[in-house]
Design a protein around this ligand. Structure first.
Ligand code: KG4
Ligand code: ZN
Length: 329
């Protein structure tokens, strides 16, 4: 079964063709990061206008790269939420237009579920039950997944998402947007004498990252004049603090819930130091998609749509986008 999927929830215009939920025929991603970098963050109206300009060439390239035509596509999928309303509308309308013109089923996909399904696209597939840590620009969620389509949220962030914390921390340090990749690149090979607090929120599976961000701001203000070396050490302390909490709390929750595996997803899961720490510290197997499948892409949306299809759980006539959608549609 070939699914053509679209992802336009934020600032990436993406289209992909995936066969049977696990074989990527094409995966095209047009990033707007350079456009938004000059504003220090995503400007929603700029994002939706850019999706409008790029979605047609991105869709054509997805079919060309896959070496197939629309006649060989069995279903169309698109992210319906959560995300920016204006951005979601472009992808969903485009996808629904194709599905109606070609008389194909349309499958509306939850972006967060999609992130998890990146783990079905690369090598070994997750075994159930597994514990999923979704860490993106908008979410930090611990999800117990008992089966396809069965999601139970154990915890989430009470304030900033992990990716949002990386973005805000980088801005405090004067590093470019997006903050996660910036912090990763300046901290490579850096050991730091600096330390920042960790919010463990004992007896809860929730996270909190606003405190460490404020502590970083105070550290920067107290320092006053700062050189490149100090900025790198402060960035390393900030990254370390976030990683310690993500890794520590996820492993504790996994052991407590008796899962077979830990599964990572979302843009922050592409962080090199986080990936290494999980592999080093976890007594359970840890699955992490390759970095290109951690950040936003449409292949993960196609995979999620496939498993929805085969379990008969299709949102056929999803009439609208759902910007505030949570688990699970
Ligand atoms: O999943 P994603 O591509 O989009 C959302 O659904 O939000 O995640 C984007 C987030 C941004 O906050 C970005 O700074 C963060 O993921 N990110 C990283 C890294 N690459 C992207 N954070 C830490 N380290 C990275 N290497
Ligand atoms: Zn995402």
């Amino acid at each position: 079964m070939n699914i053509l999927a679209f992802e336009t929830s934020c600032d990436e215009t993406a289209a992909a063709v995936v066969k049977d939920g696990d074989t990527i025929f094409s995966n095209v991603i047009s990033s707007q990061v350079d456009i938004h970098a000059r504003y220090g963050g995503i400007v929603p109206e700029v994002a939706s206008r850019q999706h409008l300009l790029t979605i047609t060439p991105v869709a054509e390239k997805a079919l060309t790269d896959a070496g197939i035509t629309l006649k060989q596509i069995d279903a169309i999928a698109a992210t319906v939420g959560p995300g920016l309303a204006g951005s979601l509308i472009v992808g969903v309308n485009f996808a629904r237009a194709i599905s109606q013109a070609e008389d194909l089923p349309f499958i509306g996909v939850n972006h967060l579920e999609g992130h998890i399904y990146a783990n079905w696209l690369a090598g070994d597939k997750p075994e159930f039950p597994c514990l999923c840590l979704i860490v993106s620009g908008g979410h930090s969620d611990l999800i117990l997944m008992a089966n396809h389509g069965s999601f139970h949220r154990l915890g989430s962030t009470r304030d900033d998402a992990a990716g949002e914390a990386f973005d805000k921390g980088a801005r405090i340090l004067g590093l470019p947007y997006p903050g996660g990749p910036s912090i990763q690149s300046v901290t490579a090979g850096i050991t730091t004498p600096l330390s920042l607090p960790r919010a463990w929120l004992k007896d809860s599976d929730d996270f909190s990252f606003s405190g460490v961000k404020t502590a970083l701001l105070h550290m920067v203000e107290e320092k006053g004049e700062r050189n490149d070396r100090w900025v790198k050490e402060a960035a390393a302390a900030f990254q370390q603090s976030i990683i310690d909490v993500l890794v520590g709390k996820t492993i504790q929750a996994a052991l407590r819930n008796g899962v077979k595996q830990i599964v990572l997803a979302g843009g922050v899961a592409s962080n090199d130091a986080l990936r290494k720490r999980f592999k080093a510290d976890s007594p359970l197997p840890v699955l992490i998609p390759p970095p290109i499948l951690c950040t936003d892409n449409a292949a993960m949306i196609a995979s999620c749509a496939y498993y929805r299809c085969i379990s008969g759980n299709i949102r056929e006539s999803c009439p609208d986008v759902i910007p505030g959608l949570s688990f699970a549609i």
